[in-house]
Design a protein around this ligand. Structure first.
Ligand code: AMP
Ligand code: MG
Length: 355
């Protein structure tokens, strides 16, 4: 992972927009702040920058910092105290694990590492053997293995390796948005390579976002974001490795230990960026037959999913909002969406307090 905070370049554009680019989790985050004075914008950006720096060291599962320390403690059966900066992320991870029926499972860090995605550049060379995958699956690491005692965390299962790569960007942009708000910023956008969190509006219109085409150059669709929303996309084109002519992506199905194969991208809109990010990953795994059930269960209404055949699946709400860019897809499927089907999350599902 590249060092944090490569550069900072704020400048004033004609209609009082301040732009700055920060770096977190190996991604450039562009921050655009409107309708405020330069000093306020710069103070807010400095605070976001400091927070990103902390996330970068504290939330990384295999390099330096608290999360790696916790993973190492779990491996040897020890408990570990975690900071109030990391703890809420662990509770969120457990919540998303439960809401997604285990498809989003940030405890499978060992599998992700075995597939070679615990490095800046995915590994090349041989892929894990079926025996290795079977052995890791048989250890069955889950978020429910964690035992919370206030800020101390232990695991009943030593094979748990926490990897928050599936929703850390969403959580990071949520926190950044809160920081901007606390500095009195009302209109802003945080853009991490197409994953967005917006505050307020863009002058007298909404912030408009593009969704990258996973199978072609350019965009597949555009959508206007309502104040406070986030748009997050999981794409198999983002991180992958190739072996003997086959492409293996970084999203792993915890049921069989294999990289997903049928879905090439999922975009989710939700005001909770961490949830949107986790849901985009979970729905990529749920695939063309199960995604709408899992989306309802996760409380996510706006979904665009692209299968490798080019077929696009939309939730009915998303259909009302997206505009396709260029040639529309040949096949668009909008499954019926019965809200009453959605099981209400139980209190346990949404618990954020230590158990
Ligand atoms: P995203 O780009 O948000 O879909 O996140 C992909 C990242 O999530 C991977 O690089 C892994 O670090 C992690 N990951 C892979 N498979 C899973 C899974 N089944 N549940 C949770 N996180 C995962
Ligand atoms: Mg994600």
């Amino acid at each position: 992972m590249v060092a944090l905070l490569v550069f900072w370049a704020a400048f004033r554009s004609p209609d009082t927009e301040f732009r700055s680019t920060l770096h977190v989790f190996g991604t450039l985050v562009e921050i655009i702040i409107r309708d405020t004075d330069e000093a306020a914008a710069q103070r807010a950006i400095s605070a976001v920058s400091a927070s990103f720096q902390r996330m970068h060291t504290g939330w990384h599962s295999w390099e330096h910092g608290e999360l790696r320390d916790l993973n190492q403690a779990i491996a040897v059966g020890r408990s570990e105290t975690v900071s109030s900066f990391l703890l809420p992320l662990i509770h969120q991870a457990k919540q998303f694990y439960r809401l997604s029926d285990g498809l989003f499972n940030p405890a499978i860090g060992a599998l992700v590492a075995e597939w070679g995605f615990h490095a800046d550049k995915p590994e090349t060379g041989a892929i894990p053997s079926p025996e290795t995958i079977r052995a890791l699956l048989s250890q069955n690491p889950t978020m429910d293995d964690l035992v919370f005692d206030g800020t101390r965390i232990a695991s009943r299962n030593r094979s748990v390796r926490l990897d928050f790569g599936g929703f850390a960007k969403g959580a990071a942009l949520d926190r950044a948005a809160e920081i901007l708000k606390s500095f009195g910023i009302e209109n802003a956008v945080l853009n991490a390579g197409g994953d967005l969190r917006v505050l307020g509006d863009h002058g007298n219109r909404r912030w408009r976002a593009g969704i990258r085409h996973p199978l072609d150059w350019g965009l597949i669709a555009s959508v206007d974001l309502v104040a406070g929303e986030g748009l997050f996309t999981s794409g198999n084109y983002e991180r992958y490795r190739e072996h003997e002519g086959r492409r293996y992506t970084h999203i792993i199905d915890p049921r069989n230990g294999m990289p997903i194969d049928r879905i090439v991208s999922v975009s989710v809109i939700h005001p909770n960026g961490a949830l949107a990010d986790a849901a985009a990953t979970a729905l990529s795994i749920a695939g063309p037959t199960d995604w709408s059930r899992v989306a309802r269960r996760m409380g996510v209404n706006y979904v665009l999913l692209v299968e490798k055949t080019g077929t696009v699946y939309l939730s009915p709400e998303m259909k009302k909002r997206v505009t396709f860019v260029g040639t529309p897809p040949e096949k668009v499927v909008v499954p019926p969406w019965r809200h009453t089907d959605a099981p209400k999350p139980t209190k346990k599902d949404v618990a954020t307090e230590p158990e």
